[in-house]
Write a protein that binds this ligand. Sequence first.
Ligand SMILES: [Fe+2]
Ligand SMILES: [Fe+2]
Length: 271
Amino acid sequence: MRLLFLGDIVGRSGRDSLIAELPGLRRALQLDFVVVNGENAAGGFGITGAICDEVFDAGADVITLGNHSWDQREALVHIEREPRLIRPVNYPAGTPGRGATLVESASGARVLVVNALGRVFMEALDCPFEAVERQLDACPLGQAADAIVVDIHAEATSEKMAMGHFCDGRASLVVGTHSHVPTADAQVLPGGTAYQTDAGMCGDYNSVIGMEKDEPLNRFITKIPSGRFQPAMGPATLCGVFVETDAGSGLARRVEPIRIGGRLRSALPEI
Ligand SMILES: [Fe+2]
Ligand SMILES: [Fe+2]
């Protein structure tokens, strides 16, 4: 199978470039399944039902979230009706929606997608390792699922890397989100799980992690808020990872970073 994961869509710039590029990318890379992190898709904060529809129509199969899951209140209701939209699995019991979803691809493959939030320099939540373990146990790779994608939404590179090794041999891909900057460590881990510490964002990189620079700079320098954070509106770079899996085991044969458009040097796997 050929899988694509794209990191956090930030605002209109990220959405516009995803909508423009993803349909062609699906064809060019002969993708079987696409997962996109959408936690910053609505003006940098959360996601709406209408934006979910746009992202699915462009060719995403599943949308994951993160610490901004509920910034748009309508997501609390929409997620109950939309099995292809998931939020972190380690939120408190009773949180709306689900933290994992098993979706059939167009070609009939069963793909499990799990979203988890890290705890280092973030909110105190249930243990992401225990929560992911339960999902992997319930739906083993190569048996109940033909591919498994884990989005570990976390601040600390160490926590994300630990999750990669924790899942090694049991997931097709473990990829980090939330820090909005692509890391240069794409690799297939020893047990066969593809891994990259952060996918990077789909947004304008002439920014502070996707936001217009003035207010973040002001807050760092003066510590006095003087306005709202607004997404930067320049051309976005779509950032993510491409993975090829073995049909029998579901493990990764190959992983490559993807960067398209905007300011970052482009990277596109050869097919
Ligand atoms: Fe984000
Ligand atoms: Fe985040």
